[in-house]
Design a protein around this ligand. Structure first.
Ligand code: M6R
Length: 617
């Protein structure tokens, strides 16, 4: 949610900042801005819209002699929280006296009170944002003649604020210094040779260096070309933890695809093989999960599991609930993190809370995790982003290993999450009640999934044609039962978030309890109707839709020659044991959403109003 990139070194900052912004644009794209420290002082340019608009503006300014030439600067791509999407509200923001410029991710919760105080001291505000309040506050506290330099002014200002922030600050009076800090919003300092790239996301750093310091909450980092110092808000020195960024450049490039979402859907066979690699022991019919091995006893004895997440990750959690109860026979529930954190949940001895998140930075999921830990639960993470906050805050966890996911609509991370939850269920199940043979059969089937996904992806063109038949319809239903009820929810979410078609996902049986009233002539209803325990029931639900004029698109099992009699369109997936079926049935739904968005002319990777990582409540 919002992207930050900043540079200090020997090179021209502007192109580095613009390149970084383009890589971070998926985190927010309402408006963008850049500030460079030049011979003339802090020069700022901002623009509403995409980074390309800012780039054009900078080109125009260069033609009229304003080159933004300098080797220290910062940039931001915004997802609006406070204040409308206007140029004036775009970052960087500046103070009115000390020459401070700041970029900020997060929300300053007490900004109104601080603003009032600063106005009483005579400061005049240009914008409606919380960030400008922070710039003014730092400027107000900045007093180099009294020993309060930029670093100390930032520390003092942050002692006054409540809320979440990742900030980078510069000051015209200290032309060789960048100060950055974080609380609750990610910020990484990339350490190069005589140069530093600070960013909210490793993708903007990896082209320059793979050595990085992920800042912890309340860390402040003062950077010059000669080195850096990390402290807390009381100015106590903090030892930085250096990490290696493990990311290939190809992983963040489109590589011949038109959109990241398309690339990520097609990457799924490879990403799933990566998720599974080294985690299956065929000799013992067991799952090997290094990340949770130290807690194997607690997992085997667990009395209850709570899975918590938001959005697509919540849908994978819903499948996890079925998997854990079915395969590991452990009572499991699944809950929106945003609800869990505020409803005074009961955590008894033997409760394991699993936070599921692609980014590892989702504010609600992070807060739910904190609540679970405070109440004594063993906290596990199922996370994709290595070194992210949730990954670091959990007692143990299992990484997805699907590589960076850049498309705002989550696809390969969902598949990775369901795969990991299957592995955790088998890890626990095998050590609790499951025989070696039973576990081994499922593990063998699990390893066949990537090849089966390849055969679904080979039908992409057929899936596109089916989708295009219905793409003008404004209301769709997605229906499934058992393991495939959460898949129906996921199919509906995918369609609405990128094609802006209204879609509802629900258990197929629930339709009769109200939503059936919505069915009109020609309304598309996507049924996940693969072979499984409730197949006959699903067929009855299909008949109910058809008899009211709905058009049925069925996701069915290869070899099912009956389904064609009741559905207008059928997309076939290979046969598979039911607990593993979501890993296949979701793929046609991802493709349908993708092709619907393309056909409707939408910006697939940057859908309106959305951002990749939701770091505000
Ligand atoms: O990074 P996370 O997995 O924690 O994100 C959770 C949701 O915000 C995310 O899945 C969102 O729903 C996606 N846009 C769905 O495609």
């Amino acid at each position: 949610m919002c992207g930050i990139v900043a540079y200090i070194g020997q090179k021209d900052a502007k192109p580095i900042l613009l390149e970084g912004l383009k890589l971070l644009e998926y985190r927010g794209y309402d408006s963008a801005g850049v500030a460079v420290l030049t011979d003339a002082g802090v020069e700022v340019a901002r623009a509403v819209g995409r980074v390309a608009v800012l780039e054009d503006k900078l080109e125009q300014q260069a033609k009229s002699g304003k080159a933004f030439a300098g080797t220290l600067g910062m940039a931001h791509t915004r997802w609006a929280t406070h204040g409308g999407v206007t140029e004036i509200n775009a970052h960087p923001h500046q103070d009115d006296q000390a020459g401070i410029a700041i970029v900020h991710n997060g929300i300053i919760e007490n900004y109104a009170a601080l603003r009032k105080l600063l106005e009483e001291k005579g400061h005049t505000f240009q914008t409606e944002t919380d960030t400008e309040v922070l710039a003014m506050l730092i400027g107000e506290l900045y007093a180099p003649s009294e020993g309060v330099d930029l670093e100390k002014a930032v520390q003092a200002a942050l002692r006054e604020v409540t809320g979440a922030y990742a900030i980078v600050v510069m000051c015209a009076q200290e032309p060789d210094v960048l100060v950055c800090a974080r609380k609750g919003s990610p910020l990484i300092v990339g350490v190069g040779n005589g140069e530093y790239v600070v960013a909210s996301d490793a993708s903007a750093i990896v082209r320059h260096t793979t050595q990085a310091i992920p800042l912890d909450d309340y860390n402040v980092c003062r950077i010059t070309r000669e080195g850096f110092r990390t402290s807390d808000l009381q100015d106590e020195q903090v030892s930085p933890k250096v990490m290696q960024i493990e990311m290939d450049l190809e992983e963040i490039e489109l590589g011949g695809f038109t959109h990241y979402m398309q690339k990520e859907i097609f990457e799924q066979p490879a990403s799933m093989r990566n998720t599974l690699r080294g985690r299956i022991d065929h000799n013992e019919g067991k799952v090997v999960l290094g990340g949770v091995a130290g807690f194997a006893k607690e997992l085997v004895k667990a009395k209850r599991v709570i899975l918590t997440a938001q959005g697509t990750a919540l849908h994978s959690a819903m499948i996890g609930e079925y998997l854990l109860e079915d395969l590991a026979k452990v009572p499991t529930e699944c809950e929106y993190a945003s609800e869990f954190r505020y409803r005074n949940p009961i955590i008894e001895d033997g409760t394991v809370v699993v936070a599921i998140s692609q980014s590892g930075e989702t504010a609600d999921t992070l807060a739910a995790l904190g609540e679970a830990k405070d109440r004594g639960a063993l906290a596990l993470g199922v996370v994709n982003a290595v070194g992210s906050t949730i990954a670091r805050e959990t007692d143990a966890g299992v990484y997805l290993r699907v590589g960076p996911e850049i498309g705002v609509a989550s696809t390969k991370a969902f598949l990775g999450q369901v795969t990991v939850l299957t592995l955790i269920s088998l890890f626990m199940g095998r050590r609790r009640f499951m025989s070696q043979v039973e576990c081994e059969q499922l593990l063998t089937e699990l390893e066949r999934v990537p090849t089966k996904i390849e055969s679904i992806l080979a039908q992409a063109d057929e899936i596109r044609k089916v989708t295009e038949k219905y793409v003008t319809k404004e209301n769709w239903l997605f229906l499934g039962r058992g393991y495939n009820y959460p898949v129906a929810m996921e199919g509906a979410l995918k369609l609405k978030e990128i094609s802006y078609i209204h879609a509802e996902g629900m258990p197929a049986a629930e339709m009769k309890h109200g939503p059936i009233a919505l069915i009109t002539d020609g309304m598309p209803a996507v049924f996940i109707a693969n072979r499984g325990a409730q197949y006959e029931k699903v067929i009855s639900n299909i008949e109910e839709v058809r008899s009211r004029g709905g058009h049925v698109i069925a996701i069915a099992t290869e070899g099912d020659d009956r389904i064609g009699n009741v559905a207008e369109d059928v997309i076939y997936v290979p046969d598979i044991p039911e607990p593993l079926s979501p890993l296949l049935t979701v793929v046609p739904l991802q493709l349908m959403a993708y092709y619907a968005a393309v056909a409707r002319g939408h910006d697939v990777d940057k859908p309106r109003n959305l951002a990749k990582s939701v770091t505000v409540e």
